[in-house]
Write a protein that binds this ligand. Structure first.
Ligand code: SAH
Length: 387
């Protein structure tokens, strides 16, 4: 295996948290970093008419054009200026691997400074989900997650996050996603769901992540025109950032990576728990539900003999019910194997029991489908290493 991670990133010590992203050369400015008003200003400061900003946005967000030659409504000189200044290359694809009969596609991208990130496109019968990265690496150091073990290289810019989705949207529009008789389809597939479950803790890169969500949900041509409901923000439980997100007025779904209902174990599995405890994280999730009316997901990777005991299932049920009913559902997922980790997934009978006990407590619980395990593309396996 060739490890392409940038050598400047040192793996964290056990339990060590990294919030401040190392500073590296800034990614180039891109249209997707800017609000519509800022785009206008940028275009005018290049000496062009303000309305060109909207034309450029239409090409980028609505028509998904990637070849400037197709921007025929922009005179050549204008087009060259605008493309050079506002549509620089943010991501260079380096490898793509497919699994699940072509319905799961993992892409690795190189960023302008050589940092690497990955994203995973997953096609389901009636939706297409794009799992995106918000940081190169991650500073949260969860011991069962390959990304966490690699440490934090840097934050992504808004455009670097958005481009992952735009790339996917383009390849879907061209019918490039392999698998499943595309030629019989009348309308091309669209990215219906985006989950911040790739590399990184998006809420630790708050401004860029919020900017990206705005670009995704703003109607075309200002943004991609996705539904906020199709977007899931997943977090280790950065409580102040959850409250901030709740106040943004964007009804995205919140997923809280809990993984244990008690502080003793969660301190080990999700080191941020030493800052914000299980109860504080669940309270924040409940406030998020109160503010947005969006049902919150609790993520729980089932790890054999570590967090899968019946008493932990019962304790989780009690803690969730203590806040109220109907505000939450639980998404257990069998642990995906990662290099260097001694842990493995719960055995199926134990998994089933864990689920049944939660359901008996009245909590909707569904085992999360796991995709792309054989291409190291499943939850927790993204480490930007290529085989
Ligand atoms: N930083 C965000 C996104 C991480 S990835 C967060 O922590 O929520 C999305 C989910 O995959 C998280 O719930 C994470 O805990 C989980 N995950 C990480 N490693 C995993 C593994 N090896 N098996 C299963 N799920 C894992």
């Amino acid at each position: 295996m060739t490890d392409l991670r940038t050598p400047t990133t040192t793996p964290p010590r056990p339990g060590q948290l990294t919030f401040a992203a190392p500073r590296r050369g800034k990614p180039p400015r891109h249209l997707a970093d800017l609000t519509p008003a800022e785009r206008r200003e940028a275009v005018e400061s290049l000496g062009h008419k303000g309305f060109r900003a909207r034309q450029l946005s239409t090409h980028y967000f609505e028509r998904l054009v990637d070849d400037p030659k197709d921007m025929t409504d922009l005179p050549k000189g204008v087009r060259d200026d605008l493309v050079r200044d506002l549509l620089p290359t943010m991501l260079t694809p380096i490898v793509q691997r497919t699994a699940d009969d072509g319905e799961t596609v993992k892409s690795a991208w190189r960023l302008h400074d050589g940092a690497l990130v990955e994203s995973v496109l997953m096609r389901y019968p009636n939706r297409v989900t794009m799992c995106i990265s918000s940081q190169a690496g991650c500073g949260m150091n969860c011991p069962f997650c390959a990304t966490g073990q690699a440490g934090l290289t840097r934050n992504l810019s808004t455009a670097e996050i958005v481009e992952q989705v735009v790339y996917a949207a383009r390849s879907l529009r061209r019918g490039e996603l392999p698998g499943g008789g595309d030629h019989e389809r009348e309308a091309p597939l669209r990215v219906s769901n985006v989950v911040f479950m790739g590399m990184g803790e998006a809420l630790a890169n708050y401004r860029a992540a919020i900017g990206a969500i705005r670009r995704l949900i703003d109607p075309t041509p200002d943004g991609l025109g996705m539904s906020a409901r199709g977007i899931t923000m997943s977090t280790v439980g950065l409580v102040p950032a959850i409250d901030r997100l709740a106040a943004e007025g964007m009804p995205v779904t919140l997923a809280l990576s809990l993984h244990a209902p008690d502080d003793e174990l969660r301190n080990e599995l999700v080191p941020i728990n030493t800052r914000w405890s299980v109860d504080e994280a669940i309270d924040a999730a409940y406030r998020y539900f109160g503010a947005t009316k969006r049902r919150v997901s609790i993520e729980y990777a089932l790890i054999r003999d570590i967090n899968d005991q019946a008493w932990r299932s019962d304790l989780l049920g009690r803690k969730l019910n203590a806040r109220g009913r109907g505000w939450v559902h639980v998404n257990p997922i069998p642990l995906n194997p990662t290099p260097g980790s001694k842990w493995t997934a719960s055995i199926p009978g134990v998994e089933q029991q864990f689920v049944e006990r939660l359901r008996a407590a009245g909590i909707p619980t569904t085992i999360r489908d796991t995709r792309g395990q054989d291409i190291d593309g499943a939850c927790g396996q993204l480490a930007a290493a290529t085989a």
